[in-house]
Design a binder for this molecule. Sequence first.
Ligand code: CA
Length: 462
Amino acid sequence: MAAKLLAALTGFALLGPAFSADGSGRPAAPDFVFIVADDLGYADVGFNGSEEIPTPHLDRIADEGLRFTDGYVSFPVCGPSRAGFLTGRFQDRFGFTRNPTADPSNPDAGIPVDERMISEALASAGYQTMAVGKWHVGTHPSLRPLNRGFERFFGFLSGGHKYLPEELTVERIEDVKKRGDWYRTKLLDDDTPVEIDEYLTDELSHAAADFVADADDRPFFLYLAYNAPHTPMQATPKYLARFDHIEDRRRRTYAAMVSAMDDGVGEVLDSLDEAGRAENTLVVFLSDNGGAESNASSNSPLRAHKGTYFEGGIRVPFAVRWPARIAAGSVSRTPVSSLDLYATLVDVNDIAVPSDKPLDGRSLVSIFDDPTAEQPARDLFWRLAYRDPSYTIRRGSLKGIVDPEKGTMLFDLEADSAETTDLSRERPAAMRELGDAAKNWGADFPRDAAFPGRLSWPAEAD
Ligand code: CA
């Protein structure tokens, strides 16, 4: 009540959601811009405190909206994390437990067609849709963007990708003959290979901004999946020049790659302003997993990196903006998941969810409406099933890990966000309770991946 009174006094409640013109009194469907970075470190954005790498445009999302301090993804590497947030379901439910092969002849190597992707759900609700950038959830023709609810696509089907136009020499993914050549495929404009003449990150940003500028009156969904700042480490002089003061070459290139992406996000935000659509557009920004060891990213003070169940693998930069619904400058400390985005979009659009495909996320609308209010308790879970699966659970401030090789671990993230002190011996009852809950949660999942990985773990890191 106090928060509501304060809201009324300070005036932001007057903004309210935008209402549709059909006289129904229902809020108008928001546009949805979902921006994903690749292997970006938790500490490498201004809104999480970075001073070394300025990210003024990413910070705009947080400053004009809401920053989640404890935002998670459902897996610590690219493919499974994307399969999770694109379906709103924990990806092990359908065997997406590893990065898929880039094998266009395998119809099982990707998100199964009987899962309803967020693009498909929104298209069914009348949204115009476009995917830009990295796909990585299936290269078989049946699994590609244009067959998964996207009307438009500009990007590439594999995981990582080269950034310099002159290196994109392979016509199509079907032409890849040797490992690594999927980094060199030409960009697809819908399904047509095209030449590009700019730095890849810039090309993706332009395509995204153009989609916003050209959108018609229907609500739109733009999925902008940068591969930056994933390896290979490549940047242009324009961006490198901003970081002459960083001596380490890898770190300097990484900073330049992040900066290029930040410029691109600014381009998209400007395009929203120019189209007069910023007010009722939900913009989401997050990284698909934590910073990797290979790209000189920083997850400080979080422990470890991409590929692990420690916070540095799964807790990511995470901010949202929706001026019609979210008060500027909000911060939420509630643990949230990338899986919650799907649940949020079906909630605000009143889209029915098939009963045999229940969502694993929870709508964020109650947090949007009152970011500091206590939220109903829930557990967040992870399973890494490369060998014997490990299970991880977050319940309140406690995090439990059951690893068949390394044993059990218990951390209190409130006091110890860096996971330095294992409390499992000190608090055996809590450890047992959390471990049992996590194992029960994953007990019915298929044990094996639905498709071969492109390499065996841990080298499979794309
Ligand atoms: Ca990634």
